[in-house]
Design a protein around this ligand. Structure first.
Ligand code: PEP
Ligand code: MG
Length: 585
């Protein structure tokens, strides 16, 4: 067969080379027939017991999660268990068997198809992707009904002296629970037809550090079992049946990447100091207190962004979705203790838009422009005060900074500050300890904020630039819509100007400024940010050592004038040219 290349969405970096192992969806083999009246109850029982078995499987998976499993996995398995227990999946198909005489598989599949069609109507990309969770749950039940449960082959790990081809999973879709199979079975990558940057499988792949490409349309139909496959996780491409010379080139590239990774590992304890002696703070972005272990492992000098909303999302499905003050306090305290005296910047609840609290809630027409983050918190004062008290109480156990997302107006800052004061007073009244001098900062992630910095500098102790949203709002590009992903450009001169204005205003006023959006971990931009004056970078721990490597090879006295040149030009070609020069310094 001739070699061919497929293009998808890069979601997890690195190169994987191996033989394809196809996971076939059971839904394709479903038979449709009508069940005679006298066998209806038996058919209902067949479906009920399949659902019960999947329930049990999920329960066992959840119970036996390895200690080092990515933290998101437990939440994803919970979501699947919740879907399965929803009457819309667990009862409606049973009714269909009784009323329409459909066989169990047919009833279940029709219900899933109907639900999927409803999800297709949803504009919000994050919510639309959740349709796959329903399909994955249905797929598990169908596999039991059709007796087509797929066993994963046991692949021996390659030994030093014997080359054993490794396996790449190719599937229409993979559930996060099935992803667990990866860790023990020498699977080295995966390719799926479905999925996007925010799909659960993509998130799990990143945390497992396995190269992956998703959104490949019909890869699972074009690739055959045992085909040689190369995944270029950085480019989001998959080369099928590569020519021997291409295979050789990628093997070399892969070996080079491994060597680089090993070398980087040695930098863990090296302080991030530029060649001319400036210390740069490299901090970690975390979602749950358990992520602190990875942050320390990467050599982070603190947590620059604790996205507290993930604590709230983990509670979805329970009667009360908001963790209590004590539960929150325990999580924040756990993080601050785990970081052993290093500062932890906790961002207050940033829900709405791509991170809805309640997935069943009616979504606003333009959620990214709606009641998000601080706007939501100010409209729910009791919820906000509860979180503030929990964070403040944890500050008695180690250094905490309080970070407020999505501020744009002076009155929002003032209201927020007075609520923080109120929370402090409540704690004083209750004789509870907290850091009286806790530092309070704002995310600069709305262009209006970057254009009115004096309002922020006068009232707050530090700033943290959220470039993910700053780019979204400056360029009017929905950050989760892959159809406009090509327009999402951190190097747009408007974005660069806002970044520079914020960094230099902070420097002039003598208050710390960090960048905690994705660009902080993009090594192509490290020199530019350093040259603009940035001294605090907060990122996913996996990127920290590569950024440190760039810093160790940088000389600020040379980078500063070169960065100014990038900021002076507007034409894309001129920016690219100035960036090229910056990279060669
Ligand atoms: C950002 O907007 O850059 C940011 C760090 O916050 P989030 O990605 O959580 O919106
Ligand atoms: Mg943001």
């Amino acid at each position: 067969m001739a070699s061919f290349t497929l293009h998808g969405i890069p979601v997890s970096r690195g190169i994987a080379i191996g033989r394809a192992h196809l996971l076939r969806p059971a839904a394709r083999d479903v038979k449709h027939y009508l069940v005679p009246e006298e066998r209806l109850e038996a058919e209902v029982d067949r479906l009920s017991s399949a659902i019960e078995r999947v329930n049990e499987e999920l329960r066992i998976l959840r119970r036996d999660l390895p200690l080092d499993a990515p933290t998101e996995l437990a939440a994803f398995i919970d979501v699947h268990a919740l879907i399965l227990s929803d009457p819309i999946i667990s009862e409606e198909p049973l009714r269909m068997i009784r009323s329409r005489h459909y066989n169990a598989e047919w009833a279940l599949l029709s219900q899933i198809d109907a639900l999927s069609a409803q999800f297709d109507e949803i504009e919000d990309l994050y919510l639309r992707e959740r349709k796959n969770d329903i399909r994955q749950v249905g797929e598990r039940v169908l596999k039991i009904l059709t007796g087509s449960e797929q066993s994963f082959p046991t692949v021996p790990a390659a030994s030093e002296d014997q080359y054993v081809p490794q396996m790449i999973v190719v599937a229409h879709d993979i559930s996060p629970a099935d992803m667990l199979q990866f860790r023990d079975r020498a699977f080295v990558g995966f390719v799926t037809d479905l999925g996007g940057q925010n799909s659960h499988t993509a998130i799990v792949a990143r945390s497992l550090d396995i190269p992956a490409a998703v959104g490949m349309s019909n890869a699972s139909q074009l690739i055959d079992d045992e085909d040689w496959v190369i995944i270029d996780g950085d480019a989001g491409t998959v080369i099928v049946d590569p020519a021997p010379i291409v295979l050789e080139q990628y093997r070399e590239l892969q070996a080079q990447l491994l060597r680089e990774r090993k070398k980087l590992g040695k930098l863990k304890k090296t302080p991030a100091i530029t060649r001319d002696g400036t210390f740069i703070h490299l901090l970690a972005n975390i979602e749950l207190p358990e992520d602190c272990a990875g942050a320390l492992e990467s050599g982070a000098v603190g947590v620059g962004l604790f996205r507290s909303e993930f604590l709230f999302m983990g509670h979805s499905g329970q009667a009360s979705r908001t963790p209590s003050e004590d539960e929150q306090f325990e999580s924040y305290r756990k993080a601050v203790i785990a970081m052993k005296g290093r500062p932890v910047t906790i961002r207050t609840l940033d829900v709405g838009a791509d991170k809805p609290l309640d997935k069943d809630e009616e979504t606003a027409l333009n959620p990214a422009l709606g009641l998000r983050a601080i706007r939501y918190c100010l409209s729910e004062p009791q919820l906000f005060l509860t979180q503030l008290r929990a964070i403040l109480r944890a500050s008695a156990y180690g250094p905490i900074n309080l970070l407020i997302p999505m501020l744009a107006h002076a009155f929002e800052i003032d209201q927020t500050l007075s609520m923080i004061e109120q929370a402090k007073q409540q704690l004083r009244d209750a004789k509870k300890k907290f850091d009286q001098e806790i530092k309070i900062g704002a995310m600069i992630e709305i262009p209006a904020a970057a254009l009115t910095l004096p309002l922020f500098i006068k009232r707050l102790d530090f700033l943290s630039i959220g470039t993910n949203d700053l780019i979204q709002y400056t360029l009017a590009i929905d950050r989760v819509d892959h159809e406009v992903a090509h327009l999402y450009n951190p190097l747009h001169p408007a974005v660069l100007q806002l970044l520079f204005m914020t960094i230099s205003a902070g420097a002039k006023a003598g208050i710390p400024v960090a960048v905690c959006g994705e660009i902080a971990g993009d090594t192509k931009l490290t020199r530019l940010l350093l040259g603009m004056g940035l001294r605090e970078f907060s990122m996913h721990p996996a990127q920290l050592l590569s950024v440190k490597h760039e810093i160790l090879n940088s000389d600020l006295s040379q980078l500063e004038p070169a960065a100014k040149k990038v900021l002076k030009v507007y034409e894309p070609a001129a920016i690219a040219d100035a960036m090229e020069k910056l990279s060669r310094i």
